[in-house]
Design a protein around this ligand. Structure first.
Ligand code: HEC
Ligand code: HEC
Length: 223
């Protein structure tokens, strides 16, 4: 986030709170989690109904204009430490929104942003980003990417798939930003308080920094 001034961050934050908030900040944790239980069901319902889907895309496009500063137009991220959201899988995205709000995933800025969204806005923004394409970037180091491919095909493909596209609830990692991928894998491996996941901890615990560099070179260059 180095390129962003504090003023622009605060500006977009205040703006989201003022323009989007129809959920009160004082909402109790219990109310929040019962609202979240319905989110996956509402997502499915929206996906199955063309009229709801069209409305959700419109809402999503509006919400996304508040995210574009960091996540880029159409979800191809504007800064290396910010993930692309384009092409990301719907249930995975919803789950991350939930984790930011309940603090399992720690990022005070994202927590504030997401708390300001109501259920329709969350579903809209998830569907909007999932429908966008990730911009393809070939690897800067083809030799390293080939090494990473061997590692990937031994371990990671089991959940993230041959092409790195995951599935509805497992993250797409194909074409993700290398800097973000690197940081994220080290957080899982090192048991960082910022982000934890038992499956990812188990699958990264024996990775060296060099293994991570190689896998990242490969994964970030997948289409
Ligand atoms: C000021 C910059 C900034 C803005 C504005 C912003 N984000 Fe983020 N977002 C980030 C950063 C940085 C991360 C990575 C956080 C981490 O892993 O610690 C992130 C992570 C995420 C993730 C997790 C993605 C993944 O692959 O796991 C989602 C989902 C997300 N943001 C959605 C949104 C939405 C929706 C908005 C607009 C309502 C938004 N963000 C606005 C900076 C921003
Ligand atoms: C047993 C299944 C499984 C295996 C094997 C696995 N992953 Fe994951 N991965 C997951 C799950 C589940 C998540 C979501 C965790 C969360 O919510 O933080 C995830 C999340 C990730 C993320 C975060 C995505 C984002 O947008 O923030 C990255 C990066 C990742 N995995 C890379 C890898 C790599 C590289 C390997 C191989 C070394 C691997 N994974 C092996 C299940 C797996």
């Amino acid at each position: 986030m180095k390129k962003l001034s504090l003023a622009s961050i605060a500006g977009s934050f205040i703006c989201v709170c003022m323009c989007l908030s129809s959920v009160t900040w004082a909402q109790t944790t219990r109310a929040q989690s019962s609202a979240d239980v319905d989110l996956n069901a509402r997502l499915k319902e929206t996906e199955a109904n063309p009229r709801l889907l069209e409305a959700a895309h419109k809402t999503g496009a509006k919400v996304a204009s508040f995210c574009a500063n960091c996540h880029g137009e159409g979800g191809n991220s504007a800064t290396p430490e910010t993930p692309n959201l384009a092409g990301q899988n719907t249930s995975y995205l919803l789950e991350q929104l939930r984790q930011f709000v309940d603090g399992r995933r720690k990022n005070p800025f994202m927590e504030g942003m997401i708390r300001a969204l109501n259920a329709d806005e969350k579903i809209g923004v998830v569907l909007y980003y999932a429908s966008k394409d990730v911009t393809y970037k070939p690897s800067a180091n083809a030799l390293l990417a080939t090494k990473g491919q061997d590692y990937y095909n031994k371990i990671c493909f089991r959940c993230h798939g041959d092409q790195g596209r995951g599935n509805e609830s497992i993250a797409r990692i194909a074409g993700q930003n290398p800097v973000y991928l690197n940081t994220t894998l080290k957080r899982y491996r090192d048991g960082s308080a910022l982000r934890k996941d038992p499956l990812m901890a188990a699958n990264t615990k024996t990775m060296t920094d060099a293994d991570i560099d190689a896998v990242v070179a490969y994964v970030s260059s997948l289409k």
